[in-house]
Design a protein around this ligand. Sequence first.
Ligand code: ZN
Length: 187
Amino acid sequence: MAIESKTNNHHVGWIEIICGGMFSGKSKELINRIKTAEAAQQKVAIFKPAVDTRYHADKIVSHDAAALDAKPINDAKMMLEGTEDLHIIAIDEVQFFSQDIIQVVEQLANAGKRVIVAGLDMDYEGKPFGPMPSLLSVANYITKLHALCVLCGAEASYSYRKITSKDQVVLGEKDKYEARCRNCFNS
Ligand code: ZN
């Protein structure tokens, strides 16, 4: 992806976001970027919210089953510990963190780190999800991925919930959600 910075300036940090709906390939893209960096001897720390236990408590996993070890944490501030030797901080499912995450990623970028975060930009109602709106504002680079609508095949940015629940956080996969385009989501 040419739109992400490829500079090797260790003094300047930045924030990059991979966002989109469910099944749009966010975790896969995050894993790809981490593997590319690790191949270049970059030191990477990988975090995920402790709430996300769909596949493994201590891994990030894409829908096509690529996986990397990740540290599950509840408090975003834990990411600030022991970062001296790290080049990159990667965070998956970032929408589940509290608003504290915004200051944490800025602090890491200010300290010269490359911060890569992936997460849902909208919840099942199509509303901005948790800290994502603010993260998108402070990010240097944004990649928005799309799935294809399961009903009509158009580009899909919505995560339609197939079960009845009004909770914003209901963990699930294709048993509970499907990718939908704007028209099919609203119909
Ligand atoms: Zn559709």
